[in-house]
Design a protein around this ligand. Sequence first.
Ligand SMILES: Nc1ncnc2c1ncn2[C@@H]1O[C@H](COP(=O)(O)OP(=O)(O)OP(=O)(O)O)[C@@H](O)[C@H]1O
Ligand SMILES: [Mg+2]
Length: 343
Amino acid sequence: MNNTDQTNIVILGAGKGGTALLDLFTRLPGVTVVGISDQNPAAPALEYAKRLNIPITQDPVQLIRHPGTHLIVNVTGDPDINEQVNTHKHPETEMLGGAASKVLWDLVQDESQMQAQLFQAEKLAGMGTFASGIAHDINNPLYILLAFSENILEETDLPTIHKQARSIIAAGKRIQSISQKITQYTRAAKVQDAVSINVNSTLDEALNIAQFATMLQDISIIRNYEDNLEVLANSEELFQVFVNLMTNAIHAMEGKGTLTVTSYHEDSFGKISIADTGSGIPDENLSKIFEPFFTTKPKGEGTGLGLHNARAIIKKYRGDLSVESTIRQGTTFVIELPYATSK
Ligand SMILES: Nc1ncnc2c1ncn2[C@@H]1O[C@H](COP(=O)(O)OP(=O)(O)OP(=O)(O)O)[C@@H](O)[C@H]1O
Ligand SMILES: [Mg+2]
């Protein structure tokens, strides 16, 4: 097996540095971590590796000798291990020491901060799309609120006053809930640990937001949910991904069509598909849509970051985002994320 695009890496040391690097390397396409070692069987990255089905060992020499390894990353800080690497490694295997690994990790941290900033910029830009729908949704309760308040000033019948006051409160609550959703949408999602997320209620929340965009359009929404489906991710970020995909789908249907949202599970993955009956994506664009700033929308209407961010988030939680599309028939995006056993 001599695949030049593939880099096989072994990690020596499963402490803090080993954990960080394991996290980094398993996220990179084209990189395979073929094993990780630590003399301490309780080292944190060993546990982590087990969950990812990466071979673990307490014997560094076994890994150092592993055939087909391109790179040994040594974060043990142990001079004995350095010796062993020099003695046992294949001549063509390269080695990266602790200081170089740390620089690598710092670079990744820096890049993920930049990613977060791009993410925030895109969300703010996306607000424009929703703004008119939101204004429409706020106008009705606002109208009720003003009309009844004015009425109460002149009204003398107490039961009527109470009734209208209750309507005013309901209208206020409606506006409050819209405003909460917008705050949620614009808040920067912090990088957080993966926790168990209720997929269906997150989909419903996202559909609520996406519905601002379908306002006054002839789009029907079909929900096919698997009961109690839970996946491992961050709920705010997953919500962002859903909103992005739904918004794209709604745009692609140009005012008419069906949006089908499905949740299910297969093997160890929870899956969510978001399917539209819109324009479809031409073959020549399929490979580009996940690139940052790729957009076919008129200037000022799309940042081209939606799908890029969506895929970055899903990958971060060890999942995948894939697409299938037929021109003039529609497009289906499928998210897969590690399945958290349902209750
Ligand atoms: N459901 C879809 N149907 C058809 N084309 C799509 C669909 N989703 C995405 N695309 C295509 O992929 C491009 C990139 O999508 P992406 O979400 O990254 O950016 P955008 O929607 O153009 O802009 P933004 O999301 O920043 O507002 C779109 O411009 C569109 O050409
Ligand atoms: Mg988009």
